[in-house]
Design a protein around this ligand. Structure first.
Ligand code: NDP
Length: 262
């Protein structure tokens, strides 16, 4: 039996243990996945080894510490400097970023939509904007404050604050902020959203519930998707790494999906 853990602070709300344990049980693995409240991210590597873990997921606020804890990194994780999945192989910690690959799959589910407006410029936007650009999408980043946009500008993304933004048509408008997670706020001023939502083909949110942003999109008759599939897909891709690619994405999918139906 191998032990897998989610490291984060907080971790009590997470669906990941249920997702992975359902897939382990459903696919015949004698493994167990649990959560671990890690307060000091600099202790991540030490904890991983002292607990005798086979693999971990990492959530807020330790994804950059996880990057620093690894011996080996996959190419994309190395590029973005953020890791949410680590697997022990031959005594070494191998790091991956499955948030971004999972999100790419969500966006690809909308077909050939090439121009994307990101509302928000935090950590999740960082890795997902990079992977989308690598796959030929054009991503514009809109953010409330100017400070966070600097690194995106240096990376060559088109960026604007709410004040600077000149509205135009985008295929997809995506809420990458935490607005609507624990309050009723919109990710950008209503007047601005009323310029970009009606002309979009669809709207996506990374938060896994119906946010005020998704409600607005529905009022305009737009197809929408909340953050559940992003969470599910990153979990399936992490599971592929945990179990050494024995089962395909499509084989893991029905088992892990049950966590969203219980
Ligand atoms: P960060 O703290 O790194 O960044 C937050 C971003 O949201 C910043 O751009 C911030 O703007 C903006 N923001 C916050 N509140 C508001 C507001 N009221 N109005 C406008 N902008 C606001 O967060 P993360 O990138 O780590 O996470 C973002 C979201 O993604 C969270 O809701 C998280 O739950 C979700 N998430 C979902 C996942 C999934 O699997 N579905 C996986 C990972 C994250 P400013 O710079 O001005 O402060």
């Amino acid at each position: 039996m191998a032990l897998f853990v989610l490291f984060g602070n907080p971790v009590s709300h997470s669906k990941s243990p249920l997702m992975h344990n359902l897939a382990f049980a459903g696919l015949g693995f004698d493994h167990c996945y649990t959560r671990y409240l890690l307060e000091d991210g600099t202790k991540l590597r030490e904890k991983f080894l002292s607990l005798g873990l086979a693999g971990i997921n990492i959530t807020v606020p330790h994804k950059e510490h996880a990057y620093n804890a690894c011996d080996e990194l996959d190419e994309f994780a190395r590029k973005v400097g953020v890791v949410n999945t680590i697997v022990l192989r031959d005594g070494k910690l191998h790091g991956f970023n499955t948030d971004a690959t999972g999100f790419l799959k969500v966006v690809q589910g909308f077909g050939e939509k090439k121009s994307i407006l990101f509302l928000g410029a935090g950590g999740t936007a960082k890795s997902t904007s990079a992977i989308l650009r690598d796959h030929g999408y054009s991503v514009t980043i809109l953010n409330r404050s100017a400070a966070r946009l600097e690194s995106y500008r240096e990376d060559g993304f088109e960026c604007a604050t709410f004040e600077e933004f000149i509205p135009r048509e985008f295929d997809l408008v995506i809420n990458m902020t935490s607005a609507g997670l624990e309050d009723d706020s919109l990710p950008a001023p209503l007047e601005l959203l009323e310029e970009v939502v009606p002309t979009a083909e669809a709207c996506i949110d990374v938060i896994y519930k119906e946010t005020p942003f998704l409600k607005l999109a529905k009022e305009h008759g737009k197809p929408t998707k909340d953050g559940s599939d992003m969470l599910l897909y990153q979990g399936i891709i992490a599971f592929e790494h945990f179990t050494n690619y024995r089962y395909s994405f499509d084989e893991i999918y029905p088992h892990m999906k049950r966590a969203f139906e219980i």
